[in-house]
Write a protein that binds this ligand. Structure first.
Ligand SMILES: Nc1ncnc2c1ncn2[C@@H]1O[C@H](COP(=O)(O)OP(=O)(O)OP(=O)(O)O)[C@@H](O)[C@H]1O
Length: 262
């Protein structure tokens, strides 16, 4: 029997292998240092929040993980596969929802998914079956034949999440996925993504500047002006900062006033 190429390898079921590992990563734009020796890991089946204000370096980090930029200092790996040395193996395990909308508005939901599946070398039957699965997960199956232009912002985001899951990634990156959405749409998206951790066991890195998106069970990576200020679960980060809430901990760590953090 041939192994299913999309099945997690034995190492990927091993909780000791990080879904994402960022080790000593720095990046500069000319003289401006956007990331300064950043190291952290995302565990499989965990929800990790990358918390940072505008300019913290979140998008730069995502560009390095997805290989939009080459990693010049440090190393990044996905389930042990280095993104620079083994990009095919690393990126096959990665799903991404970028900050900017990337669906084709004039195509249907189904056509957008089909295009992505083709890029990942998926056949027609698998694409069809998998599209039903992922659209069901984000509660968008009833809109499969609609043009993307007819969807709300929150629905488009859900389709982008479905598309990012199509090729069965083991690690999902989302860059400020709730920007511009109303309270209900934000909470729906968070619920859908959190449920994936339990149902699929994937690692999630959720970049945001919104502290209220963090739950007590989450892991947090606090990034400020390119520097990693702290990392760990919410209780650990709060305790180290001597703060009663994540919001107070962030303000203390980053030395910002509450108004700036919202
Ligand atoms: N292409 C670029 N050229 C020069 N400087 C850049 C470029 N992209 C980002 N920067 C700078 O690098 C730093 C980090 O920016 P980055 O976009 O990674 O932060 P961010 O946390 O994603 O912020 P935002 O939430 O505003 O997108 C900022 O000081 C920014 O001005």
């Amino acid at each position: 029997m041939t192994a299913d190429p999309h099945e997690p390898l034995p190492a990927e079921r091993d909780a000791s292998v990080a879904a994402l590992n960022v080790a000593g990563v720095s990046h500069s734009y000319g003289k401006r240092k956007a990331l300064d020796n950043v190291s952290f890991a995302v565990r499989p089946a965990s929800f990790t929040v990358l918390l940072g204000l505008n300019g913290a370096g979140k998008s730069t980090l995502f560009s390095l993980i997805t290989r939009l930029f080459g990693v010049r200092a440090g190393a990044i790996s996905i389930f042990g596969w280095d993104v620079s040395r083994t990009p095919g193996e690393a990126l096959r395990r990665l799903g991404v929802v970028f900050q900017a909308r990337t669906l084709d508005l004039d195509l249907s939901v189904e056509q957008n998914l089909r295009y992505h599946a083709a890029l990942h070398g998926m056949g027609a039957a698998e694409t069809k079956a998998r599209s039903v699965e992922v659209l069901t997960k984000v509660d968008m199956l009833d809109r499969v034949n609609d043009k993307v232009r007819a969807l709300s912002g929150g629905q488009m985001r859900r389709v982008e999440i479905a598309r990012a899951l199509l090729h069965r990634p083991r690690m999902l990156l989302l860059d400020e996925p709730t920007v511009g959405l109303d309270v209900k749409a934000r909470s729906d998206i968070l619920t859908h993504v959190r449920s994936l951790i339990a149902s699929e066991g994937i690692g999630v890195l959720w970049a945001t500047h919104l502290i209220d998106e963090i739950e007590n069970s989450d892991d947090v990576v606090v990034l400020h002006r390119g520097k990693l200020l702290d990392k760990g679960n919410v209780a650990e980060v709060c305790a180290r900062a001597g703060a009663a809430s994540m919001s107070a901990a962030f303000n203390r760590l980053a030395g910002v006033d509450a108004a700036e953090a919202h």
